[in-house]
Design a protein around this ligand. Structure first.
Ligand code: PMP
Length: 405
């Protein structure tokens, strides 16, 4: 087992104090802090080779273009895609899902068809499908969950039929931490001839991901949740789908030839990347992926598993604390409530003690309504968290619980 204490030193922001107390940052599910190498990379781009890519014959443009295309290769390798042409850069998970819902819907969905999502999805993996269903007069079906916060797979299998066009499901729940059996879900969907989009926003920083092993048709994630900047994300799509679907947005970069009579479109991977790409983001994302790869995703997963177990043992001793969701396979996230106290009050008091957590519905209102609660307090981990963070958090939570009782 690697000693993880060295990695914490790579993240300058973690030395910050809030209200004169050392910061305990446990809101990584919302966004992660950035290592020095990613900050340096951003500086390097603007100091040494900033130029618009793909268009320029000049030296700087060629260096920037090469770095952007190398970044695509790094992403492809990181998620084990067959080819880097299957990697489209987007603004993030939300845009990746909107792109898929729109373009897939335009090509394959007709009146009376069915789209399947689950009851534990983030709004980003609900609303784009709803919009598409409204446009195409299709129906949204929802995989039910169990009180422990797991998908009801038998119900899912029974929902698949000849009208099912696509299944969209999260790899890891951002509220419950449930690691869904996406490989099995994809297997069953494929037996029905149905492709699957996996929302990987909360899986990518915590688990090794192999899109070919999963046999995912689409896999979406955001850079900022895996130590890269905001504004950059990825849509992996099997070439077959990306080639058959119509483009998403029109503009520069995504065309082959434009005339007023007819425009033809660029080949993959440029077809869905209209306008100047966020090459600063893609290059910095590649740096972040090199960073986590050097540590090892398996090691990161193991380190975080130990922390989760430790945190849950400590938290269980806090009076009136109840966990929301007790999935068998959990990653990254713990949601809880203290008695009937509003999560916002708990979060605000924790903040005053230097502990940053998330409170509320976490953009998953249907899930929160299922549990009939006002929201949760959510602790979410990253590779730089350690047992001291958990000890400080539990100490603070004990104080808060006693204050509120
Ligand atoms: N899906 C899940 C499961 C998420 O946790 C998030 C971010 N909270 C998103 C989608 C949306 O990600 P982004 O806002 O980076 O597009």
């Amino acid at each position: 087992m690697k000693d993880f204490s060295q990695y914490r030193e790579d993240f300058p922001l973690l030395k910050t104090k809030v209200y004169d107390k050392p910061l305990i940052y446990l809101d990584n599910g919302a966004t992660t802090q950035k290592p020095q190498c990613v900050l340096d990379k951003l500086n390097e781009i603007y100091t040494l080779y900033n130029a618009n890519i793909h268009r320029g014959v000049h030296h700087l443009s060629q260096i920037a273009t090469m770095a952007h295309e190398d970044a695509r290769k790094t992403v492809a390798d990181f998620i084990h895609a067959k080819s880097s042409t299957e990697i489209t850069f987007t603004r993030g998970t939300t845009e990746s899902i909107n792109l898929t819902a729109f373009c897939f819907g335009e090509r394959y969905v007709n009146e009376g068809d069915e789209i399947i999502v689950s009851h534990m999805e983030h709004h980003s993996n609900i609303v784009p499908w709803q919009l598409m269903c409204e446009r195409k007069m299709a129906t949204l079906k929802v995989i039910p969950i169990t009180p422990d916060g797991e998908l009801d797979l038998d119900a899912f299998k029974n929902m698949l039929n000849e009208k099912t066009r696509i299944v969209a499901v999260t790899h890891v729940s951002n509220v419950l931490g449930t690691v869904n059996p996406v490989k099995e879900i994809i297997h069953w969907a494929h037996l029905n001839g149905t492709p699957v989009l996996v929302d990987g926003a909360q899986a990518i920083p915590h688990l090794p991901v192999n899109v070919q092993d999963l046999d995912a048709d689409f896999y979406a994630f955001s850079g900022h949740k895996i130590y890269a900047p905001t504004g950059i994300g990825v849509l992996y799509g099997k070439a077959k789908w990306l080639e058959e679907m119509p483009p998403y947005q029109g503009g520069g970069e995504m065309i082959e030839h434009v005339s007023f009579e007819k425009t033809t479109f660029n080949e993959l991977p440029y077809k869905y990347e209209a306008g100047t790409p966020n090459y600063e983001g893609s290059i910095a994302l590649a740096e972040a992926l090199h960073y986590v790869s050097a540590i090892g995703m398996e090691q990161i997963a193991q380190h975080e598993q130990e922390l989760i177990q430790y945190a849950m043992e400590q938290m269980a001793c806090i009076p009136n604390l109840r966990f929301i969701g007790m999935p068998k396979h959990r990653s990254g996230v713990i949601s809880f409530l203290i008695g009937n106290e509003h999560p916002y009050d708990v979060g605000m008091l924790l903040d005053k003690l230097g502990v940053a957590v998330r409170t509320g519905h976490h953009c998953a209102q249907p899930l929160i309504e299922y549990y009939n609660i006002p929201g949760t307090v959510r602790v979410s981990l990253a590779l730089y968290n350690n047992k001291e963070d958990i000890d400080q958090f539990v100490l603070a939570l004990n104080r808060v619980a006693n204050m509120l009782l």
